[in-house]
Design a binder for this molecule. Structure first.
Ligand code: NAD
Length: 300
């Protein structure tokens, strides 16, 4: 089976690599020539547009940054909607606004093209290991058809509900992990300011009620977790720009449903500040770099 894979970035690249290691071949497209080059180096054929990739693939997978990019790749000029034959199944694995998923699906459905949303969690480590959690919104029969390809990418595939429901689950997850990372960064900055060794603090928290996935896998202090982005100059990983987008979507969803949100709104601003400090395209754990204490002469 040939997969049309569109969006070969930090996540798309290892996901594509895992598909190519299995029984799949691929035809790839990315607007960035260097990304397309990386896909070709993995063994994928190149397409000149999303439409061309969709026409050549038996199944379409997209892994793009934002709602705008997904609308452009599916519905814009040279988009998937132009190239995909009636009956083709498209899987959008990007993290985007669920209402965009539903809008894109509706337009594709008018041409009998099928669509499910299947965003992921687990970071580039999970993408490389093929162990991502995949949360799916859409028809159960479409998921059954997508499952062999998804199983090459992730190890936990969960059907959440109708179209957009995967995105609803994913954005709730990132509200928690994005907030937890800022809490961990703040805790370690305060601990260090009181002279506590960050390794010892890690050992304590790992055995206590503050233990969290982000400390175990995305520890913001360099040198504590070898595989964390902080131990490789905060190379992404998952970028503050993407986390700011996800928390923004979480805040909008809360407003729509009139749910009060305090933490998500504040934390989104921390990731925006990371962007303002030039860290937007480093790893999200880089917020630790600017959460530094003021000088001793600042009033308390
Ligand atoms: P990325 O910026 O590294 O890669 C995105 C790729 O999409 C880039 O190569 C870009 O050139 C390409 N692109 C953008 N618009 C395009 C278009 N219209 N047509 C074709 N290609 C286009 O981002 P990423 O880290 O790979 O993240 C992708 C998605 O996965 C995002 O929605 C993100 O929120 C989500 N996600 C990321 C992580 C992570 O750890 N990085 C984890 C889970 C989910």
């Amino acid at each position: 089976m040939t997969i049309a894979f569109i969006g070969i970035g930090n996540m798309g690249r290892p996901m594509l690599a895992n598909l190519l290691k299995r029984e799949f071949s691929a035809v790839a497209y990315d607007i960035a020539p260097a990304a397309l080059e990386a896909a070709a180096a993995l063994g994928a054929a190149r397409a000149a547009s999303p439409a061309e990739a969709a026409a050549a693939g038996d199944l379409v997978i997209t892994m793009l940054p934002s709602s705008t990019n997904v609308e452009a790749a599916y519905l814009g000029p040279g988009g998937i909607i132009v190239g995909a034959a009636a009956g083709k199944l498209c899987i959008d694995m990007s993290t985007i606004d669920p209402s965009t998923s539903r809008r894109v699906a509706a337009q594709l459905n008018e041409r009998a093209i099928r669509y499910i949303d299947a965003p992921v969690s687990g970071g580039i480590g999970g993408a490389a290991a093929g162990t991502l959690a995949i949360m799916v919104g859409g028809d159960a029969a479409d998921l059954a058809e997508a499952r062999p390809a998804l199983a090459a990418i992730g190890s936990n595939i969960i059907h959440v509900g109708g179209i957009g429901a995967g995105e609803v689950a994913k954005l709730r997850n990132n509200l928690i992990s994005g907030s937890a990372l800022v809490a961990v960064a703040e805790a370690f900055r305060i601990g260090e300011a009181f002279g506590v060794d960050p390794q010892i603090l890690t050992d304590v928290i790992a055995k206590s009620s503050g233990a969290t996935w982000v400390m175990e896998h995305a520890h913001p202090v360099p040198g504590i977790v070898d595989t964390a982005a902080s131990s490789r100059q905060y190379a992404p990983g998952f970028m503050p720009d993407l986390m700011a987008k996800d928390l923004g979507l979480a805040v909008s969803a809360a407003r729509e449903k009139r749910v009060p949100v305090v933490v998500a709104s504040a934390v989104q601003q921390v990731y925006r500040m990371a962007s303002s400090h030039g860290l937007g395209r480093e790893d999200f754990s880089s917020v630790y770099k600017f959460l530094t204490p003021s000088g001793d002469d600042a009033p308390v």
